[in-house]
Design a protein around this ligand. Structure first.
Ligand code: ZN
Ligand code: ZN
Length: 206
C-alpha cells in the first residue's frame, strides 16, 4: 500500500484550519480578517478590516432579548415578544400586558447573535461573505485562509502528475466536494488558487 508517488497529505482536519477566515468588510467590501484564538472558540472571535479600520467582535454583536413565552403576572395572558435587544440584560425592563395593561418585569433574558447574513458562502461566526470565492460549474468554490489554499493547491497539483491516492483518513482532502476533484475543473481551479495565492503573498494575507 505504500507508494512514494502518493500525495503526502498532511494529516490535517477541518478543525486545523478554522481559526482564521478572510471575509468581505461590510463597510468597504475589501478584505477583513476574522481571528479566533483556536478553532471553534467563537466567543473570542474578532474581525478587522485591512482597509477602512472597521472592526467588531463576538461580544459586541451579542444581544439580550426578553425570553419568549412569558405570561402576565396579573392576568396570565401571553406577553407579546417585544422587539427589544440590549447589549446586557436590564433589570428594570417592563413589558406591558395587552389584556390588563399591567407592567411585567422581565425576569428571563436570552442571548441572540445577529449574523450579517446567511446566503451564499459565508463565515460561520459573523455570517460575512467569504473573500476568496469563484463560481465553478454552478457551484461556489471558496477558501478561508492561506493554509487552506495551500493544502488544496498541493493536492490538486499532485493529482495533475499522478492518480491521487489519499491514504490519510483524517485529511481534509478526503472530504472535498466532487466538483473540486473533477478532472474537468482541475486546471481552472488550480489557476484560480495560484492567482489567489499571489494576491495573498503580495498583500501579506495569511
Ligand atoms: Zn473596510
Ligand atoms: Zn395581564
Amino acid at each position: 500500500m505504500s507508494s512514494h508517488k502518493r500525495y503526502r497529505a498532511p494529516a490535517l482536519r477541518w478543525y486545523d484550519y478554522v481559526d482564521h477566515f478572510w471575509v468581505k468588510c461590510p463597510e468597504c467590501d475589501q478584505a477583513a480578517s476574522i481571528e479566533l484564538p483556536f478553532a471553534f472558540n467563537t466567543q473570542k472571535a474578532i474581525v478587522k478590516c485591512r482597509s477602512c479600520f472597521w472592526h467588531t467582535d463576538y461580544a459586541t454583536r451579542l444581544r439580550y432579548e426578553p425570553a419568549a413565552g412569558g405570561r402576565c403576572s396579573v392576568c396570565c395572558a401571553k406577553l407579546a415578544k417585544p422587539s427589544v435587544a440590549l447589549p446586557k440584560p436590564n433589570k428594570n425592563t417592563f413589558l406591558p400586558c395587552k389584556s390588563c395593561k399591567a407592567a411585567n418585569l422581565v425576569l428571563r433574558w436570552e442571548k441572540t447573535f445577529k449574523k450579517y447574513g446567511n446566503k451564499g458562502a459565508r463565515d460561520p461566526i459573523f455570517g460575512l461573505p467569504l473573500y476568496f470565492t469563484a463560481e465553478i460549474s454552478d457551484q461556489t468554490f471558496w477558501i478561508i485562509n492561506l493554509k487552506h489554499l495551500e493544502t488544496l493547491l498541493s493536492y490538486l497539483e499532485a493529482s495533475l502528475r499522478q492518480k491521487p491516492l489519499v491514504s490519510h483518513n483524517m485529511s481534509l482532502v478526503e472530504k472535498l466536494p466532487k466538483f473540486i476533484i473533477d478532472a474537468r475543473n482541475r486546471d481552472k481551479i488550480i489557476s484560480i488558487l495560484r492567482k489567489w495565492k499571489e494576491i495573498m503573498i503580495e498583500n501579506n494575507m495569511q
